[in-house]
Design a protein around this ligand. Structure first.
Ligand SMILES: [Zn+2]
Length: 399
């Protein structure tokens, strides 16, 4: 297994990665732009792009911001509402696997920014039916979440005739450097299908014994509907120097965003809304690709020069093989037994991957990293989950 010489990404990264002749990955090469581009100029470019939408008289709301309540939701709404002075409508797909802190954060987001929030909550019965299929066919418990998150904003844009959707970071740029920031890539149906949805659009699931009625919430609007409204989705990381950790520090301080201890990574800020994103879903990623969320987070920190590669390796070793504690919560919800579940997972195990390749890497200093480095300790209470009693909150009022 070939790893980047600068960060910790492997050659089989699912978003596609390439290496130069010095063994440096495309993600690291594109990351260099973050230190050379004139970000004031880039931000002014963004202001020019949104200008016609700001003065549009089509609707009271002049853009759509997809949110989850976690990750970069607060930061994006902060930029759009308070800095760009837009009037966004927030949209969220209810991924069902919600934690209490996630529900609280979403309520807080709605309250502090005073923006309308549209939620798509699909019946759990339908979602279970779909998830049983995606688990068996693609080894994914998360297909419906990604499909819902990426389609609901586009459906609302078409229905409400609000053409501009503003997203946070394009992962094809930020993680693997598939595009330059200067390409200013926008949302496309093709990228969504190929990279977000493992190659399967909702229509492709019809052949697996699912009906149109089960899947129609996930159907992407037709091209002519999109063209009639002129829907486009832009990414803020093309115009703002993206640094998730710095953004989290800012929103924790300014908006009292809640953070939650994560099982399989050191970053307690990112995926606080979901029981499984950094748990079982991440563990499945390890089985399939041999890398996981902690590698993403360590890579990000190495590239932003807050830690060195050796410290990154130590962080990865600490978390990568931890068995997630949220497996039974998922199995009870879906109504399947452990042996059956493990049989499915085994089918997707990439046997050519050496489980220990992060363990074999050489490190320069052997001192324990976490004790000496305080940069990940936020002055904020970190909540915990009781995984034995844990249960999803489908709908909640926050507090
Ligand atoms: Zn790299």
């Amino acid at each position: 297994m070939k790893l980047c010489k600068r960060c910790l990404y492997p050659e089989n990264h699912p978003l596609n990665i390439t290496f130069d002749n010095k063994g440096i990955c495309s993600g690291c090469k594109i990351h260099e732009e973050k230190d050379v581009l004139n970000w004031n100029e880039r931000f002014n470019k963004l202001k020019l792009i949104i200008k016609p939408y700001k003065s549009s008289k089509r609707s009271i709301n002049n853009c759509i911001v997809p949110v989850s309540g976690a990750r970069d939701s607060f930061f994006i709404v902060h930029v759009v509402k308070n800095i760009l002075k837009m009037n966004p409508i927030l949209v969220t797909y209810n991924k069902q696997y919600n934690t209490e802190e996630g529900i609280k954060n979403l309520s807080l987001l709605k309250t502090v920014f005073g923006c309308p929030l549209l939620t798509n909550t699909i019946s759990p019965k339908k979602i279970k039916k779909i998830t049983k299929i995606t688990l068996k066919k693609f080894g994914s418990i998360y297909w419906h979440c990604i499909a819902g998150q990426t389609v609901f904003p586009v459906q609302i844009a078409c229905k409400m005739k609000i053409p501009l959707i503003i997203w946070g970071a394009h992962q094809g740029i930020d993680q693997v450097g598939m595009f330059s920031h200067l390409d200013e890539v926008e949302m496309t149906r093709k990228y969504r299908k190929e990279h977000d949805l493992l190659g399967f659009e909702a229509e492709d699931l019809l052949k697996f014994n699912l009906k149109k009625n089960d899947l129609e919430d996930f159907f992407y609007p037709e091209d002519n509907e999109i063209e009639n409204v002129g829907v486009r989705g832009i990414y803020l990381n093309n115009y703002i120097r993206w640094d998730t950790k710095a953004q989290h520090e800012y929103i924790i301080k300014k908006y009292k965003y809640n953070i939650l201890e994560q099982q399989r990574t050191f970053d307690n800020c990112n995926d606080v809304d979901c029981y499984h994103y950094s748990g079982l879903h991440d563990y499945i990623k390890l089985i399939k690709f041999g890398y996981s969320k902690v590698v993403d987070h360590a890579t990000r920190e190495i590239r932003l020069k807050r830690i060195n590669r050796s410290d990154g390796i130590k962080l990865v070793r600490k978390y990568i093989n931890k068995k997630p504690k949220d497996i039974n919560i998922f199995l009870n919800w879906l109504g399947i037994k452990q042996p059956f579940f493990y049989k499915i997972l085994n089918k997707f195990k990439n046997k050519s991957l050496s489980k220990i390749y992060y363990s074999n890497l050489k490190i320069k200093n052997k001192k324990k990293f976490l004790k000496k480095n305080k940069s990940f300790v936020f002055k904020k209470k970190i909540f915990n989950i009781n995984y034995k009693k844990g249960k999803y909150i489908l709908l909640g009022k926050g507090w």
